[in-house]
Design a protein around this ligand. Structure first.
Ligand code: ADP
Ligand code: MG
Length: 465
């Protein structure tokens, strides 16, 4: 269901005269296919009324997000198509239009003890929640903004917002933290709701145990009578056929009951290998939000927030900055480094200084000093020029995309020891002559265009830390 579905169902006028398809095209050109599918593709166009273009959004979350991030540009796009358009409104679709058929009743709230995280299955319970993992302790930056907003929205919603929410990102970037935060928040606001948080691995073990005890009926009932199911790290059930099958049935049953499902994985649905096509496609139905690697500001923000929480030790700003600059792998390691420094200072009763820090973290710093990868360069350049990675690596030749792509190729050549053919391969299978051309082109640009030269200098400094 994309924009075209919305157009067909809401417009009675001749499609050729509608500005909507062209507005959608412009949106795609500017923000990319991914942003289109995630956001604009969910809207319907109602028409233009007295200079106001009217759109409808399926949920408040989608509406607010578009309002906040895209509304001014959307209005421009409309005005460009039809100069009479002076304003834009986005309304919520009515509930009737959303619910297809009779909504199934919520399962009876069965949790008696609000502190019970989940289900007392035969062999184990669903995993416990970490009291530190709350929304309050989660620091928001550009790289995790969407994931955070979506998680927050789900925890506040009285009804299903998008099903499932699929969060993905590398190790230690806060996926589990966000899931626990949802659970804490729901438990606080609506303790009668049955919330289950479980790792995919544990789900699998419980299922196997149920098979062994010939108790799959109870297993099914337990998982299917929840209001909110969160399954962490689903990449674990790749290649586990029967667990996948059960997971899929549970998942479908819950979605059909309009129960919220949240899933995490270390990669996107389409990159999950060894998981059946139909599962993958269904996982992508709701909202897919990726958590990108942290940037310097976010790392510093996280460190500051952690340092503030420990009142008995003072960590100088320069130490926090040093850590944020040098420990770039993931948040878990970053926290570990700070903890080590603080523990050391407390134990030996010395104030934390740069010298102490360098000393205590020698090994970690060396490990983080590893070589730059092409992947990191690509991400940094895409980020710098506000492009999506896929867009930058795409075939598109528009200057605003081709230029950053050439810069990324150039930096890959300058900052890594990779050969031209290798670099070409990593840039969507391009030929080595393309890379060579890019390198020359950027060299010329640096000479002739001081703004460009500044940009590139800044980028390489950032990359080299
Ligand atoms: P993942 O599940 O993605 O591997 P976790 O949720 O376990 O990562 O996060 C690893 C550690 O980093 C946790 O201690 C978590 O609290 C912390 N962390 C990650 N991202 C953030 C953030 N944005 N703000 C605060 N702490 C974070
Ligand atoms: Mg995790």
């Amino acid at each position: 269901m994309g924009a075209t579905g919305g157009v067909a169902s809401t417009l009675n006028q001749n499609l050729d005269q509608s500005p909507w398809p062209r507005v959608c095209e412009k949106f795609k050109n500017e923000f990319g296919q991914h942003a289109f599918t995630t956001w604009l593709g969910q809207l319907g166009f109602n028409g233009i009324d007295g200079g106001t273009a009217e759109l409808t959004a399926p949920t408040k979350f989608v509406r607010d997000w578009i309002q906040r991030h895209y509304a001014p540009r959307l209005k421009d796009f409309f005005s460009g198509e039809d100069p009479r358009v002076k304003a834009l409104t986005i309304r919520l679709a009515t509930r009737d239009a959303q619910a297809n058929g009779t909504p199934a009743p919520m399962p009876a709230a069965a949790a008696t003890d609000p502190a019970d995280t989940g289900i007392g299955a035969r062999t184990s319970e669903s995993s416990a929640l970490d009291p530190k993992y709350t929304f309050d302790s989660f620091v928001v930056g550009k790289s995790n903004e969407l994931a955070y907003a979506a998680a927050k929205r789900i925890s506040e919603a009285g009804e299903v917002v998008f099903n499932p929410l699929f969060l993905h990102g590398g190790v230690g970037l806060g996926k589990t933290h966000l899931m626990h935060a949802i659970a804490w928040e729901v438990r606080r606001s609506t303790p009668e709701k049955r919330v289950v948080y479980i790792s995919a691995e544990k789900f699998m073990f419980e299922f196997i145990a149920a098979l062994r005890f010939k108790d799959t009926h109870a297993f099914k009932q337990k998982f299917r009578s929840v209001d909110l199911l969160m399954v962490d790290d689903v990449q674990f059930i790749a290649n586990k056929e029967s667990t996948q099958e059960e997971f899929f049935h549970t998942f479908n049953a819950l979605v059909d009951n309009r129960c919220q499902v949240v899933i995490t994985a270390d990669r996107s649905p389409t990159d999950l290998e060894g998981i059946q096509e139909r599962i993958i496609s269904r996982l992508g139905w709701g909202l897919v939000a990726d958590i990108h690697p942290t940037d310097y500001e976010l790392r510093l923000g996280i460190l500051q927030s952690k340092a503030e929480q420990s009142r008995n030790v003072i960590v100088p700003a320069e130490v926090l900055e040093f850590l944020a600059r040098r420990i770039t792998s993931n948040v878990r390691e970053l926290e570990g480094a700070l903890n080590r420094v603080m523990a050391y200072a407390t134990l030996v009763g010395r104030p934390i200084t740069m010298d102490v820090t360098r000393d205590v973290l020698q090994d970690l710093i060396r490990a983080n000093d590893r070589k730059l990868t092409i992947d990191e360069i690509q991400r940094a350049v895409a980020d710098y020029f506000n492009l999506r990675l896929a867009e930058m690596l795409s075939e598109r030749r528009a200057r605003n995309i081709a230029r950053p792509r050439q810069i990324a190729m150039y930096l890959s050549k300058q900052l890594t020891s990779r050969s031209l053919p290798e670099i070409g391969r990593r840039f969507g299978g391009r030929d080595h002559t393309t890379v060579m051309h890019a390198v020359r082109k950027v060299e010329d640009l640096r000479r002739d265009d001081s703004q460009m030269d500044d940009d590139i200098t800044r980028l390489s400094r950032m990359l080299e830390g």
